[in-house]
Design a protein around this ligand. Sequence first.
Ligand SMILES: Nc1ncnc2c1ncn2[C@@H]1O[C@H](COP(=O)(O)OP(=O)(O)O)[C@@H](O)[C@H]1O
Ligand SMILES: [Mg+2]
Length: 312
Amino acid sequence: MDKALELENLSKTYKIGFRKAGRRAVVDVSLSIPAGKVFGLLGPNGAGKTTTIKMALGFLKPDSGQVRIFGEPNGPKARARIGFLPEQPYFYPHLTAGAALDFYGKLFGLKRAERIERTKLLLDTVGLSDAVKLPLSKFSKGMLQRFGIAQALVNNPDLLIVDEPASGLDPIGQVEMRRLLAALNAEGKSILLSSHYLSEVENICHEVAIMNKGTVIARGDIGKLLDAGDVYTVKAKSLPKTWRPVKSVVKKGHINGIANLIVGKDDLDRLIDGIRSAGGHIEDVRKVTKTLEELFIELVGANANGGSHDAN
Ligand SMILES: Nc1ncnc2c1ncn2[C@@H]1O[C@H](COP(=O)(O)OP(=O)(O)O)[C@@H](O)[C@H]1O
Ligand SMILES: [Mg+2]
């Protein structure tokens, strides 16, 4: 499959302070973002998501590693295929939405007729046609964020990179943003979005990578990631007092003579066979799928806001 973005062994240490002590923000990160998909870069604050994105965009030079954009080395030509909405965008507040998009169009060297057409199309795409004459200072946070997407689309990019698009949005704004990104993806745009909001990612991303403390700690298809974490609860009765379940049973208890057992997917059959051969009866078997949030908390653990390592 074609790749929109390939990050190979990227590392970045920020030099801080007079003595130039280093802060390892990104350590040996490799990611492959397939063309035509929505890829979610997840992780708590300080995980290294923004630093990774800045290196992908060429805003920050990696200490080591490579970036390829649609198979090309990271240069001006390849980067022209990317649109970007930063984490904390700044827009001139006194400009109207129409004038601001016209301004960005000029930056990309679009002719007047093209700019007029583009501005209309983009405001329509992000649902802001009615706000064409409204100054950005009057925009709600949700409208500003959608305007930001329009701005990122001025050069009609093939890859859209959005850093924390749902940050600070109310639930309706978040849903609107999700729908907008999903619609853009349906039109064929590849999307890389970073987030520490799991619900956002769970619903629209085809693939995710989870970062913590500068490294990727899990990656893959969301369904498969969650599947690997599946457990089953088994209820059984009439088991002899002396019966002991297979070792892999993670939890057990008794309520009113019914044994309640929790087991990993791989040992489900063995547990059921064991119960039957001991003379027990299976009352209920249920699959418990974790939410991405549960998986995330399990992986990131108590250090969720631990930031990065300091390397001296
Ligand atoms: N310009 C900078 N100078 C020094 N340290 C930085 C700078 N930017 C980010 N960091 C540090 O690098 C780590 C990763 O930050 P960042 O990439 O912004 O993470 P995220 O986007 O996942 O919240 C954090 O510990 C942060 O404090
Ligand atoms: Mg960030």
